[in-house]
Design a protein. Structure first.
Length: 248
């Protein structure tokens, strides 16, 4: 969910994300396996696999786990066959939600995702019902304590589309095709990012509060906790005070 609400929300949610470390490994292994199955095991020619491995390394996944996932994808080791896809719908307060999944049992995943939406006052929609509200972009987040001007100049020189700052957090936005180039250029300058990924960025934010905000965060937590769900994107905007209350 990083980057889809005010920056303070990222901090509040980080603890919850860290608690899901085992599930994060499961999701990363699926991504590496599918990337290797689709594009092969050669890192030079498979950008998706490079990104998946970079994320795994950021999460401190052991090298053996990464290599095993690649071999399962290329067929050198027996493994489960995963199907990937996207669900779209609305959460409480009319918040647009995109759920990216990878599963070995689509029927199970559809039932579980629909149940999560229904339980918390949301509704699944048809394909294309909310995707038009998001743009697929590369997103690199720098935490507090970094110099905006340094990142701004380096990012734009490397081909970034935009650089923004809010509450000390700096966001670099790129075209997906330029993401690796920009990220590598920033890394080469010794700039350490907090997160870097190709994600879905909302075009507009939807403010929610009170019971709707609480129900929305519960729904997102249930979705993110599902082993078949890889990513959840949403266009909610919840105030810092509200998020403090919800996250306890």
């Amino acid at each position: 969910m990083a980057g889809h609400s005010k920056w303070a929300n990222i901090k509040h949610r980080k603890g919850a994300q860290d608690a899901k470390r085992g599930k994060i490994f499961t999701k990363l292994i699926k991504e590496i396996t599918i990337a290797a199955r689709i594009g092969g095991g050669d890192l030079e020619s498979n950008a998706r696999l490079r990104l998946a491995i970079d994320k795994a390394k950021q999460a401190n996944m052991p090298k053996d786990n990464i290599e095993r996932a690649i071999k399962k994808g290329t067929g050198d080791l027996d493994g489960v066959t995963y199907e990937e896809g996207v669900f779209e719908g609305y959460g409480p307060g009319g918040v647009a939600v995109i759920v990216e999944f990878m599963t070995d049992n689509r029927t199970r995943t559809v039932a579980e995702v629909r149940h999560a939406f229904n339980k918390y006052g949301g509704s699944l929609g048809v394909s294309g019902s909310v995707a038009f509200m998001f743009d697929r972009k590369g997103q690199i987040i720098f935490g507090e304590g970094n110099d905006f001007e340094t990142i701004f100049e380096a990012a734009l020189e490397a081909g970034a589309e935009d650089v923004k700052e809010e509450d000390g957090i700096i966001e670099v936005v790129t075209d997906p095709s330029e993401f690796e180039t920009v990220r590598n250029a920033l890394t080469e300058q010794g700039l350490e990012y907090q997160s870097a990924e190709v994600t879905m960025i909302p075009q507009n934010m939807n403010p929610v509060e009170g019971k709707q905000a609480e129900s929305l965060m519960k729904m997102i937590d249930v979705l993110e906790d599902n082993d078949d769900v890889q990513n959840v994107h949403a266009n909610f905007d919840i105030s810092d005070e509200e998020m403090e209350k919800i996250m306890g």
